[in-house]
Design a protein around this ligand. Structure first.
Ligand SMILES: Cc1cc2nc3c(=O)[nH]c(=O)nc-3n(C[C@H](O)[C@H](O)[C@H](O)COP(=O)(O)O)c2cc1C
Length: 156
């Protein structure tokens, strides 16, 4: 069974709710799913996963520092994550608050790791961007992400 890590930082719980929705969806796709806060992830374990979905609140248009710390520490696994799948999501305070750049900043790092990223045609194109707590729109977007990500992970 393919194995996926869903990892996130969340101060007030919005990003955490999104992470749980994503993890719950992936479990229904016959994937082994680990759901962990970024500071709970053993960096050495990263090569054991087939894919990563990373979430952060929007902090000034980029990822919050605990997520950046996780990303920077992942350099220990550089060249060991090549060809794995990656996706990202965020929660922000207001529409147009810069959420796309949060997602893209996370994705850039995993592209540099050699990961495969699939854009979404029928949801937020780079990944789900919630405004505050996830609502019905985000539930739909998470459904799209889960479908696409599970299919991608199973193809690689
Ligand atoms: C330091 C800081 C910076 C923030 N910067 C932005 C921002 O640039 N744009 C925005 O829309 N929201 C911003 N927010 C709001 C958070 O992204 C938003 O409340 C989010 O839902 C929090 O996620 P969490 O509940 O997972 O912690 C900021 C919040 C903090 C604490």
């Amino acid at each position: 069974m393919k194995k996926v890590l869903v990892t996130y930082y969340s101060l007030s719980g919005n990003t955490e709710k999104m992470a749980r929705m994503i993890a719950d969806g992936l479990v229904t796709k016959d994937l082994a799913v680990d759901l962990k806060k970024v500071d709970e992830v053993a960096i050495d374990s990263l090569p054991s996963y087939d894919g990563f979905i990373i979430g952060s609140p929007n902090y000034f248009g980029t990822m919050a520092w605990p997520v950046k710390k996780f990303v920077d520490e992942s350099v220990k696994c550089f060249k060991k994550l090549d060809g794995k799948a990656a996706a990202a999501f965020t929660s922000e305070g207001m529409i147009g608050g810069g959420g796309d750049t949060v997602v893209l900043d996370i994705l850039k790092a995993f592209l540099i790791h050699g990961c495969i990223v699939q854009g979404l045609t029928s949801a937020g194109h780079y990944g789900p961007v919630a405004v505050g707590a996830p609502d019905g729109r985000i539930a739909t977007e998470v459904g799209v992400l889960v479908d696409k990500f599970a299919a991608l992970v199973k193809r690689i």
